[in-house]
Write a protein that binds this ligand. Structure first.
Ligand code: NAX
Length: 327
């Protein structure tokens, strides 16, 4: 049987953590034959650590055959020790009335510390996924704070946007979501992201031709996908948690185990592809094989798409400029 791998999860006592940990432990992320050791991080605060103890009791009570160990931590320097996978979920999302500079400085502190800890103690092959918002910029901060690790090991979660787009297209076309191929989401995990079905197919047939409604694309599809997070908060009184956890599972699963040629979306450091400046943590269509992702190259970018890509890129560049002094 396989040797256990170490999976660190931050914000482990939060609502995404609650929807995520049980699925990692049951083998849905890394495979039904891969034992895992969970290294869980929460803020040192007593209330959070107590809540984490409760979650651990429940994990124990599941008696998962693949769960080879569980650890609770209050310090990233111990939580990330030897970790093969790190899911950085805990962060400080923007609250009502919070200044942008405040948001960036609080998260700057969290993700510089976590990047440094990964740099110091994680496996040299660690695969890092940042879920906590602002996810792309937090991933950028962590990457820049970990100069001894390969930059390509740092990624941000755009998969929820990808899955939301797939689900809207399935509903519009009346086709099965599983049959949608070649969907892309470009840019920032924010309402500026550009979900792009120009290349998408279902059963080999063009989705764009099937829908054949540019007005729907621009005025219904893009706003629905872009504002889906806000719609869920308005309906539930809480931000999306189970769907976010599901997207994190999909992202890590596909990165580690491959996509068999299928396109998925990952936020990754640009190497200059599609005119995006190097190192910008940008959502791209990728395929994964052998534990590595590869950007889908050579796609035609028309004028409307270029406009959308510029908008989401400019937002990311502004966020990056806002944290420059920390790095
Ligand atoms: P919760 O507030 O329920 O949980 C967050 C947990 O993180 C808390 O228990 C908190 O104590 C902990 N935490 C805070 N700072 C920490 C630190 N420095 N180290 C370790 N733990 C820390 O939030 P939840 O609903 O779970 O959401 C978590 C994050 O995901 C938020 O930033 C949220 O905005 C973001 N999201 C990102 C999405 C994406 O697609 N990328 C979608 C869903 C979600 O909104």
């Amino acid at each position: 049987s396989k040797k256990p791998v170490r999976v660190a999860v931050t914000g482990a006592a939060g609502q995404i953590g609650y929807a995520l940990l049980f699925r990692i432990a049951s083998g849905e992320m890394l495979g039904k034959d891969q034992p895992v050791i969970l290294q869980l991080l929460e803020i040192p605060d007593e209330k959070a650590q107590n809540a984490l103890k409760g979650v651990i009791m429940e994990l124990e009570d599941c008696a998962f055959p693949l769960l080879a160990g569980i650890e609770a931590h209050g310090d990233p320097m111990t939580a990330f020790k030897g970790t093969d996978y790190a899911l950085l979920v805990g962060s400080r999302p923007r609250g009502p009335g919070m200044e942008r500079s405040e948001l960036l400085s609080i998260n700057g502190a969290i993700f510089t510390a976590q990047g440094k800890a990964l740099n110091a103690v994680a496996s040299r092959n660690v695969k890092v996924l940042v879920v906590g918002n602002p996810a792309n910029t937090n991933a950028y901060i962590a990457m820049k704070s970990a100069p001894d690790l390969p930059a390509k090991n740092f990624t941000a979660m755009l998969r929820l946007d990808h899955n939301r787009a797939a689900s809207q297209i399935a509903a519009k076309t009346g086709k099965a979501v599983a049959d949608i191929e070649k969907l892309a989401v470009w840019g920032n995990h924010s309402p500026t992201m550009y979900a792009d079905y120009r290349f998408a197919t279902i059963g080999g047939q063009s989705v764009k031709a099937m829908i054949n409604d540019e007005e729907w694309n621009r005025n219904t599809f893009l706003p629905t996908v872009g504002k889906r997070g806000a719609a869920i908060i308005a309906a539930r009184g809480l931000s999306s948690a189970a769907s976010a956890a599901n997207a994190a599972i999909d992202h890590m699963h596909d990165w580690a185990l491959g996509t068999n040629g299928k396109w998925v979306t990952m936020g990754i450091p640009s190497g200059g592809e599609y005119g995006i400046p190097k190192e910008v943590m940008f959502g791209y269509p990728v395929t994964c094989e052998g534990g590595e992702y590869k950007i889908v190259q050579g796609l035609d970018i028309d004028a409307f798409s270029q406009e959308c890509i510029n908008k989401t890129l400019n937002e990311l560049l502004e966020e990056q400029a806002g944290v420059k002094h920390l790095l």
